[in-house]
Design a protein around this ligand. Structure first.
Ligand code: GLU
Length: 424
């Protein structure tokens, strides 16, 4: 791989972390050298300048990225993140994880990810619309329902997807819902997509707790992050009879050992935007949340929150990675050495989102829509199959569960590349 590409991406600690995971998995399955770089590094990446007019009349230029990690098994697929810490290396890492995730659960997609370096909370609704449309416009040459399909991620939502779908549809001259997933229902969104990631996370937690012989009604849950994924996980866990004792957002965390009233917390956040001063729980720090004694710890926000410093202090039995890349390589080693924490790795744990995105895309292509029961039943079938495959791989090779999931995901992508050969 060209040195300039590698060094640009390697500026990101998150990219280096995803590469170390890849190298470890590639070594574990003796992936031939000849196929490694092709499987590891992104196929295509595009950086764009996004000028928009601010409400005060000034022009501001934002920076946006799209990285398509693999295009060997179908269109690439992945969300678009609006966050001030976005870098091209981070987007490349997230795209890589999307490849392993789609491959692991058997979706006919390669991985992709996009991002804009912006704190969306600092934009008015009109500015957010301009930026979303401009991003789609600048990326139109590399996107398409059979090329690369976008979706929400941190900092984006159904409304952003609606603007992007509208921009693309105007460009091609007809309605094209299959260009993005995670759309509003009125524009061809799927039943169950909004809550899909959280519903999938909670379903897998339920399955693993059953394997661990822990009754879910006695489980306590701490959730770091109260955005779409964290809050839907909380709702689903309460639905299963578990007690959510702590939740957090970027302003801090709240804790109530008797259980937080989740519908009340959701209503509070909808009105106040943040958890600060939520009554019915005491304030603690995000760091304290991660180290709380609990049955299940769910990091549901950004990367690298479980690290070498706090991994020895975790007091959970099960670590359910609802976020992408929440655990550093160093923390992985600590957790493996401790041996007292079960891990549901990100590529399995949060795959419910992209699985229902796949269903949404299928429904859009066929113009035939399913009811929620059908969506959720099919989601659980795929999750059951993926969980069984990961656990069988873990047993067969005595891998930890992350290595089991990654080796399955990576080997399928590498095999597809090898079988297709090189063109010309
Ligand atoms: N952004 C989500 C993820 O990281 C969903 C991607 C999608 O639905 O395409 O898995």
């Amino acid at each position: 791989m060209a040195n300039s590409v590698v060094s640009e991406l390697n500026n990101s600690e998150v990219f280096r972390m995803a590469c170390r995971q890849f190298d470890q998995a590639a070594d574990a399955i003796n992936l031939p050298e000849a196929i490694r770089d092709r499987t590891k590094y992104p196929r295509r990446r595009q950086a764009v300048s996004l000028p928009i007019r601010r409400d005060d009349g000034r022009i501001h230029v934002f920076e946006g990225y799209r990285v398509q990690h693999s295009l060997s098994t179908g269109p690439s697929k992945g969300g678009i993140r609006f966050h001030e810490s976005v870098t091209i290396g981070e987007v490349a890492a997230l795209a890589m994880w999307m490849s392993w995730k789609c491959s692991l659960v058997g979706l006919p997609y390669g991985g992709a990810k996009g991002g804009i370096v912006v704190n969306p909370r600092t934009l008015s609704l009109r500015e957010l619309e301009s930026l979303s449309r401009r991003y789609m416009q600048e990326m139109i040459n590399i996107l398409g329902p059979q090329v690369d399909i976008a979706a929400p991620d941190v900092g984006t939502n159904e409304q952003v997807m609606a603007w992007m779908m509208d921009t693309y549809s105007n460009h091609v001259g007809h309605v094209e819902p299959a260009i993005v997933t995670g759309k509003p229902l009125s524009l061809g969104g799927s039943q169950g997509r909004r809550e899909a990631t959280g519903v999938g996370v909670a379903y897998l937690i339920k399955k693993y707790l059953a394997d661990m012989k822990i009754p879910i009604t006695q489980a306590t849950v701490a959730i770091q992050g109260f955005g779409n994924v964290g809050s839907e996980t909380a709702v689903a866990m309460v639905g299963y009879g578990a007690k959510v004792i702590a939740v957090s957002d970027y302003t801090g965390a709240v804790y109530n050992p008797a259980g937080i009233d989740i519908p009340k917390a959701l209503a509070y956040v909808q009105y106040n935007k943040v958890l600060t001063d939520f009554e019915g729980a005491e304030p603690i720090t995000n760091e304290q949340l991660l180290e709380l004694p609990c049955t299940v710890l769910v990091p549901a926000a950004l990367e690298r929150v479980v690290n070498a410093d706090n991994a020895p202090k975790l007091k959970c039995r099960l670590l359910a990675e609802a976020a992408n890349g929440p655990t550093t390589n160093e923390a992985d080693k600590v957790i493996e050495a401790r041996g007292d924490i079960e891990l549901i790795p990100d590529v399995l744990c949060n795959s419910g989102g992209v699985i229902v995105s796949y269903f949404e895309w299928l429904q859009n292509l066929q113009q035939y829509y399913w009811d929620r029961d059908e969506v959720i039943t099919k989601l659980f079938t795929i999750l059951d199959r993926a969980k069984a495959a990961v656990d069988a791989q873990k047993e067969k090779f005595q891998f930890n569960r992350r290595l089991a999931a990654l080796t399955l995901g990576i080997s399928r992508v590498a095999e597809a590349k090898q079988k297709r050969g090189l063109f010309p």
